[in-house]
Design a protein around this ligand. Sequence first.
Ligand code: FDP
Length: 329
Amino acid sequence: MSPAKPHIVTIQSHILQQQAKFPEATGDLSWILSAISISAKMIAAQVRRARLEDVLGNAGEHNVQGEQQQKLDVIANDILMRNLGGREGVAMVASEEDEKPVILRSENDGNAPRYCVMFDPLDGSSNLDICGSVGTIFSILRKDRRSSKIEDSLLQPGTRQVAAGYVMYGSSTVMVLTIGTGVDMFVLDPSIGAFIRVAENLQIPPRNKCYSLNEGNRLSLPEGYQRYLHWAQENGYSSRYVGAMVADVHRILLQGGVFMYPPTKKAPKGKLRLMYEANPMSMIVEQAGGKALAGPGERILDVPPTDIHQRTCVILGSRDEVDLVTAQL
Ligand code: FDP
């Protein structure tokens, strides 16, 4: 007799299964995750048709980081804002693309909305024009009832995230999600429009001789990183760099290795954003048994945020590989 095939689990049933583990859950978080999965399908559809719809290229505006916004950045931002805006449980949303967070609901009664969602709607968007992989990254925090100003709820360290994830729009559309009980992976089946669970409780291999960073910056990196690169090259490491954090971290999550964005002369505090990129990716990496540091002994999830758009250095991936980097710093 052939072995029984595993059950098909859509992201919706997965979220409900997880919710059932927490009897006190109200379902608000599940609704928020469902808004994100619908957004992911809508963004995936836009990304797939981008050249046909002529939505590649710049929107002619700069975002708060002073970078050119791509038309699809604006579209993806709008999709997430509109889907999350309809969810009663969301108090506030903050996007990497917008200077200020958007307060959706601020009542302070017993039924007050309890969550804040932060996202980078289209990470790695410079890959769009060449049909490369791009992604959406999100982080969900519980509204901090102790803070008098609702905006302060966003400035909580990464350890307080209740959920985090990313969607990669690559050769297939993949969603990786953690709600603090491990990391699960889903693939969008475009023929039925549903995300299907393909892996549970992902674990990053503890070692893999692979590093991922923009090596064009080599001469402007602090000496310790240059020493590491020299050591790695003498020891048979491979280099892999897509230039879109979602795609680079996805490879590390599945195959192991280390992803880095160190300080450079141009970006002395690092380039990546703590709240929209580093924190959610660090939660995923730690939940998968890896490590995520801003520097030696400096866990990213413990970094106290002072500004929602602040930047950080990033060294994340396989436990042993991260240690081999910091040993040189
Ligand atoms: P992008 O500027 O294309 O949006 O923070 C954004 C990001 O891409 C990351 O996704 C990526 O890892 C990094 O910047 C790439 O930066 P470099 O081009 O400097 O390597």
